[in-house]
Design a protein around this ligand. Structure first.
Ligand code: SF4
Ligand code: SF4
Length: 254
């Protein structure tokens, strides 16, 4: 899979995921270097002995999580942009993900951006909490984003556009924005059914095909509820408006 698409499989990711006990107590580097290649700057960059000495230059790097102090030097030095720092101790509901970033312009601290997964798909809204600019123009910078905790091993890139801004329309049938949904959640409407009944989100022709999942994500982000545990509203078929003349006049429907 990775040879064809450049995107690691679920099994690849499981292999490099730090153990839960480590993630629960410290920020840590995640090394996503999946292939044997002649490269070792990550090892030479680490002054804390957290990356095991290579026996062969083609070895894949191995990390000793307990020794990692999340200094980020290996993130900057890796030419493959294959190292990230995750910190699941950041807050009750959020983790930070520090990524190498070689585009210009850099985002600014406090900006909201769209966090992307390894395939470049939007995952969630992220707040930029730190930008570490490379000392020279040709040095790698890093950007640290705060994201919902469950995305710490999913988010690996960003788009400067904030796809999840308040004015983003998420129920296209009824023209309801994310800001309106967020407002309702803050007023105490924390189930999909409540939000549907008070706002009509999900009651248009598509019957919630687009917005239902997005509303669930917002509820999860605001309340910490597990999406698997959320009660789903009744599923109905999408509807398509037809002219009354079709029935009375026998008009063709093509
Ligand atoms: S983040 Fe720092 S301590 Fe951890 S492996 Fe990288 S260089 Fe070593
Ligand atoms: S520096 Fe990066 S690409 Fe090179 S071996 Fe280390 S993790 Fe892999």
């Amino acid at each position: 899979m990775i040879e064809k698409t450049g995107v690691p499989t679920k099994e690849d990711i499981e292999e490099i995921t730090p153990p839960k006990e480590i993630r629960e107590k410290q920020a840590v580097a995640v090394i996503e270097c999946y292939k044997e290649i002649p490269c070792n700057p990550c090892y030479t960059a680490c002054k804390f002995g957290a990356i095991k000495e290579f026996e062969d230059i083609n070895d894949r790097p191995e990390i000793i999580y307990e020794k990692c102090v999340a200094c980020g030097q290996c993130v900057i030095k890796c030419p493959g942009l294959a190292i990230f720092i995750i910190d699941e101790t950041y807050s009750e509901t959020e983790a930070t993900v520090q990524i190498p970033y070689e585009y210009l312009p850099l985002p600014k601290e406090g900006d909201y951006v769209t966090a992307l997964d390894r395939a470049g798909r939007p995952v969630c809204r992220a707040k930029v909490v730190k930008v570490r600019k490379g000392k020279h123009p040709n040095m790698t910078s890093t950007v640290t984003m705060a994201v919902p905790k469950e995305h710490s091993m999913t988010v690996r890139s960003l788009n400067l556009e904030d796809y999840f801004a308040d004015n983003t329309i998420i129920c296209r049938c009824e023209g309801i924005t994310l800001g309106e949904i967020r407002q309702l959640i803050s007023e105490g409407y924390t189930t999909i059914d409540e939000i549907k009944r008070i706002s009509r989100a999900g009651m248009g022709p598509c019957q919630g095909r687009t917005c239902r999942h997005l509303i669930m994500q917002e509820i999860r982000n605001a309340t910490g509820q597990n999406m698997e545990d959320m009660l789903m509203p009744t599923f109905r078929q999408p509807t398509k408006p037809v002219k009354l003349g079709l029935f009375v006049g026998g008009e063709g429907d093509d």
